[in-house]
Design a protein around this ligand. Sequence first.
Ligand code: PLP
Length: 356
Amino acid sequence: MINVTKTFLPPQEAYQAILKQAWDTGWLTNRGVLVQELETKLKGYLGVDNLIAMTNGTLPLQIAIKALQLQGDIITTPFSYVATTSSIVWEGCMPVFVDIHPDYLTIDESKIEAAITPKTTAILATHVFGNPCHVEAIQAIADTYNLKVIYDAAHGFGVRYKGQSVFNYGDVSTCSFHATKLFHTGEGGALFCKSELRDAMYYHHNFGHDGPDVFRSLGINAKMSELQAAMGLAVLPYVDTIVKERQEAVQYYQALVDALPLKTMQLREDTVWNYSYYPVIFENETQLMQVKRALEQKDIYPRRYFYPSLNQLPYVKGGNCPISETVASRIMCLPLWAGITKSNIKTICNIIKTSM
Ligand SMILES: *Cc1c(COP(=O)(O)O)cnc(C)c1O
């Protein structure tokens, strides 16, 4: 079976050697030495100042909305994983969808201003597939209208834009360390923010505790465990290799896909990408379904990332986003992981070619 992704597993002995520290201390929770070590190493690796490890990549979005005290309308992208929209709704705010750019697949910054009303408090956009949003234009709009900016950077691990981590843009950024993501801790995630926001985010992720008996603010439990951190510490030494192997796979895909009538995502200029996904866009949904079925018959399982367009979720008043809707109906991510073979890729592209 060939799946859309395959979780990178570090050598089991390496994981166990790290876990031994937890056994030695008897400490599995509440920001022990492993979580702190992972945070320190990630800050160094990524080049970020403020990073809080969390138990998944969704709670940091909700905590960002809560801690920034956002209310009313939040402008967001319809082309992302459902967590981007559900976090807004879960926190009692209203998602206002602005359509995406047809080539970059990120929110179309030129359409944001028209969607701003007196009720707008923030912009929450996704660096989808690790492709950065037009962060300068978005920041300029946010400054003009006094809005907060949150980036769902779930796919952004290791991505650099204009010479620095993509996590450094916006008031807050979040990442997912889910097992399907490029760097993972099984389940896990992180929040990145400006220094002046760090305390608010920190207290919100740990029940508001400021010492055992003092509560500084409302909070929830989003703490990463020592077991998760141990996986992260075991995976981190391999991240550069993971990215390099994915790069080789993407380049091989690209060479074969170039000969097919498929569209691919345009990477934003000045981006050092992480090769986290390989999405291809078909001419129409019928063609996509035809190819998907042909692949599935050969035990190959691509994924419709991201479908449906989030403005069509049953619990939002989404309006129309024609570009996102058409892209969502025609896009599919091809299998990609560190170590996928050229022969796998050749087989996949041949099936696509013959079933289109
Ligand atoms: C994976 C993902 C999330 C959620 O991350 P979890 O760690 O699974 O909670 C949020 N946003 C996007 C765009 C994602 O792909």
